[in-house]
Design a protein around this ligand. Structure first.
Ligand SMILES: C[S@@+](CC[C@H](N)C(=O)[O-])C[C@H]1O[C@@H](n2cnc3c(N)ncnc32)[C@H](O)[C@@H]1O
Length: 592
């Protein structure tokens, strides 16, 4: 056996350098080297074989396996990214290149192993596993722990036993291979995607959740790019509104795990971030849709110029039931609040919309007569002059609709009064999901529903038509696919000519509720939108509520008829190729 002629200490230094690459400290290497040096009688060729494989194995086995590899991973993580992460006000950071655990056993400051699972929690795809990890055994493990100083330690423990071909690769190469694989498999296009950032996120959420920020932390996600534009930016983490992200790498761990598991289950537990009465999960069974980018709000909010008067003084004696007690639906004689609907309340004792009222609303919507329309001489929607050669060209018309009127703050009845349905908010279990036929996201109800059930409101920013016109132009330039505005023109005919700030719409593009996800269906949709007067008798502003037009099945998609004529350039919702599938589809181009 040829003896290595190099100096003993030089060889030890070389071995230390080689092992430092894997995260082992010099002292540790020196100590471990003593035995093979003695065993092989200073024959360094054997020790150096396979890039010190035996030494790595011995080091790994001799030290507490978990502790050493935890350190190992941190060290490599540090090589791939030298940045440390500051978690909001927690003075916490991810450890990079920290000194190795002294002695054997678990590092004392990391005793709180709080999450543990098999590596298959992350990757189930066997092919991907084989390609990305080239033979890494299937009994690998993923550990995460935190210290009292709010430091988080993540370790990947890969058991290579049983695979004689296993060779330790450089971490950078492994990370790159996995990132490339993830990009391909999960369609990640963002160039910033990195596994190191993902691990940093895991640590961040681990800490935040341990610190009791609750499950809401996960959905407290914000689109930093938009915030940096300054518009409506809220910097304080605790106040940050729900902002659902576009890019999977920015997702909460629960979602990322779903992405990695490749079966795309629930992405978000509650897109309303607790704003609405019951959680509204977002479920993606198709995997191709981008996550929606908007802020969830429960109630309409004035953007800027819209004139909405909510003053108590505007609600007259005849417009409320100050003398009522309890439930207005109980007494034999309906109170003042029923006057708006012909002296009868529109709700049944079971909280459904009365069939008579509903059927009339449906019939007006399906087969509107000329008498149901109001035609403006100066239409707030039209930016072209309507007067030519002394002749006035009337606008295309606005469908006049019947209103629901609910009891409100000036009424003496209880908050549980049967004439307060819409204002109590969502009561049925809904989901946002990947709608069929490539319509984008849609809404479905988990359970069967009775005809006349209140589903939700259409909530958005209250904007003037002028504001909407400018927004629409900007969006058209950006070629945005989906649009989310709704006109509040159900009673334009009853008021004098509207001032610009009174011709209002709801724009749910950037701020909205689940209503923004409901897709259109021509003619036979299972929802109808009904104007609701709640806090103001001025009908140029009202709430818009969806009710079922018939009984529905569990998991049936909920749709409403946007009232769109597909050749109408003034309709606030930009015309799209209708994929509603209805026999009565009005999109002629689509049908042929
Ligand atoms: C109010 S949004 C509905 C939610 C939308 N699908 C999404 O993914 O956010 C309206 C947009 O959805 C799409 N959409 C709605 N109904 C549709 C239909 N019947 N056929 C095709 N696209 C539809 C159109 O792009 C439309 O501009």
């Amino acid at each position: 056996m040829a003896r290595n002629t190099g100096g003993h200490s030089k060889k030890i230094a070389e071995a230390s350098m080689a092992e430092a690459h894997f995260g082992f400290a010099e002292e540790e290497v020196k100590e471990t080297l003593k035995r093979p040096v003695k065993l092989y009688k200073d024959d360094w060729k054997i020790i150096e074989e396979d890039n010190f494989k035996e030494l790595v194995d011995t080091l790994t086995k001799e030290n507490n396996e978990e502790s050493n590899l935890n350190h190992n991973f941190e060290h490599r993580l540090g090589q791939a990214s030298s940045s440390s992460v500051n978690f909001a006000n927690k003075k916490a950071k991810i450890l990079h290149s920290s000194p190795p655990a002294q002695g054997k056993g678990k590092s004392p400051e990391f005793t709180q192993a709080a999450a543990r699972g098999t590596r298959s929690n992350f990757v189930k795809d066997k092919d991907m596993e084989d390609r990305a990890h080239e033979g890494v055994s299937n009994s690998s493990r993923f550990d995460i722990a935190s210290s009292v100083d709010a430091e988080v330690k993540v370790s990947l423990i890969c058991n290579s036993s049983g695979n004689s071909y296993f060779r330790q690769r450089s971490l950078d190469a492994v990370l790159k291979a996995v990132e490339d694989e993830c990009r391909r498999t999960y369609g990640i296009h963002n160039p910033d995607f990195s596994l190191v950032k993902l691990m940093e996120k895991v640590c961040q959420f681990f800490l935040e959740m341990e610190n009791g920020s609750s499950s809401e932390t996960g959905s407290k996600i914000c689109d930093k790019s938009k915030q940096s534009e300054g518009k409506d930016a809220v910097r304080d983490d605790t106040l940050e509104p729900n902002k659902v992200l576009q890019h999977p790498q920015s997702l909460e761990p629960q979602m990322m795990e779903a992405v990695l598991q490749k079966n795309y289950p629930i992405y978000l537990k509650d897109i309303s971030r607790g704003e609405d009465n019951i959680p509204i999960p977002l479920v993606n069974e198709s995997s191709t849709l981008e996550l929606p980018d908007f802020i969830y709000i429960k109630n309409n909010m004035v953007y800027q110029d819209g004139h909405v008067d909510f003053s108590l003084a505007r609600i007259s004696e005849d417009n409320c039931c100050a003398q009522c007690l309890g439930d207005c639906l109980s007494p034999d004689l309906p109170c003042a609040c029923a006057a708006e609907t012909g002296g009868e309340f529109v709700y049944t004792q079971k909280g459904l919309l009365k069939e008579e009222f509903l059927d009339e609303a449906i019939s007006v919507s399906l087969d509107p007569q000329r008498k149901h329309f109001y035609y403006c001489e100066i239409c707030p929607l039209q930016n072209e002059p309507q007067q030519r050669h002394g002749k006035i060209k009337l606008c295309k018309g606005h469908l006049t609709r019947k209103f629901i009127k609910e009891c409100w703050s000036k009424c003496g009845c209880s908050k549980k009064c049967g004439n307060r349905i819409v204002q109590r908010g969502i009561q049925v279990a809904l989901q946002v999901y990947a709608a069929p036929e490539g319509k984008g996201w849609g809404v479905r109800s988990v359970n069967a529903l009775k005809k006349g059930t209140f589903i939700c409101e259409y909530v958005g920013e209250i904007v003037t038509n002028q504001e909407l016109y400018e927004r629409n132009n900007e969006r058209a330039a950006k070629k945005e696919r989906h649009t989310y505005p709704v006109l509040l023109d159900a009673d334009w005919g009853s008021e004098r000519i509207l001032e610009d700030e009174e011709a209002l719409c709801l724009d749910a593009t950037e701020f909205g509720n689940i209503g923004r996800f409901i897709n259109h269906r021509c003619y036979d949709s299972n929802l109808i939108e009904i104007p609701v007067e709640v806090e103001t008798p001025d009908h140029h502003y009202y709430r818009l509520a969806f009710f079922t037009t018939r009984d529905t099945e569990p998991m049936e998609e909920l749709t409403w008829d946007y009232g769109i004529q597909f050749d109408d350039k003034y309709h606030p919702i930009k015309a799209f190729k209708c994929k509603c599938g209805s026999m009565g589809c009005r999109d002629k181009k689509r049908q042929h």
